[in-house]
Design a binder for this molecule. Sequence first.
Ligand code: IMP
Length: 423
Amino acid sequence: MSVSILVGIQWGDEGKGKIIDVLTRDADMVIRFQGGNNAGHTVEIGPEKFILHLIPSGILHKGTDCVIGNGVVVDPLALKKEMEDLRVRGIDLSKLQLSSRSHLIMPWHKLLDKFKETKADPSKKIGTTMRGIGPAYTSKMARTGIRAVEILDKARFETHFREELADYNTTYVPLGAEKLDADKAFAEVWEGCEYVRPYIQDSVVTVHNAVREGKKILLEGAQGMFLDIDHGTYPYVTSSNTTSGGACPGTGISPRAVTDVWGVIKAYTTRVGEGPFPTELKNAEGDNLRTKGGEFGATTGRPRRCGWLDIVASRHSCMVNGVDYLAVTKLDVLDGLDTVKICTAYRIDGVLTENFPADTEALNRVEPVYESLPGWKQPTSAARSWDELPENAKKYLNRAAELLQAKIGIISVGPKRDQTFNR
Ligand code: IMP
């Protein structure tokens, strides 16, 4: 039996979808535990490219049970669309289930996200994906959210839906938010709800049965450590616990059942949206990483900010997540550089530190201290084993692992399934 958690240990977009896909070869069940369709997990199989937003990447392996866990916030219309798109491409969805305890993203959540990001004080902009994620989690915490289980009783769902919609219209429309027409909004949303209804199950029971039967289970995180509501660069974060600790409440699995934690880390760093980013390269080097790495959001298409590998941040991340194994992705993007850099410490107001500060304001004043290593000219993308990597690429990875005090388990050198090997 094994229960493995896989999380991003930077600012998201580490390549979790691909690594989950690779690890799913051996898994019986994959469960998403937080976030919503703000995520965009890309998997390339042969000539085909899939971008999954809500459905666990394990769905691309026939026969794997895939669960959208109770910690996820689900837009029924987005889920319907994603399911339809996969069906058209011949993907079997019979093994998919949606937790009855998951909370739903409703039309007012999306409008509120847009309202707060575009109409309210611009200095407060987070740069969200505008998918209604924050407002849906706000409703959950305020104990006014609508859960998937309510879809099973149309009359009850409709009453709750109309109450919450009226509350939104009364509270936010006078402030300038867009007004919702209750009949129209209900008709639209119900179409999505009816489509996903057959997949709603008490996932806590199925997940526990799988644990009891000794199945191999993967808990799939979305976004990344520094977007975590508690441990991220608050307030420039998403509204859920993206760290490994979030996997237990987000699935109903006991912490005692977890066997190991995978931390996915890109060979450099990216961030999308607002907020501090100590090793950001606002120059041609950053532009080069963006172009070579195709660093544009899988969900929103926004250009990602790019920078060098940040050990101060990632070491903090390994500590908080309890990372056992690292999966290093996109090593090939660094091919051809004369020099590669690793940030080993921060200087803040003249003071040197190796600790990641809690104060987001202080993060804006960081002067990164870099260690430079010689680059490599040979392409890594054709490598299929550690031994086939250029010597300087090995030195770079070994130095990063040493500084992170973590073991490298997997290395990825390109977007394709087969461009992956074990250390
Ligand atoms: P939200 O999750 O849409 O509320 O956005 C909050 C912050 O998290 C913004 O900076 C987004 O750009 C970022 N974010 C949300 N989802 C992802 C993701 O899957 N990858 C990278 N950044 C994300």
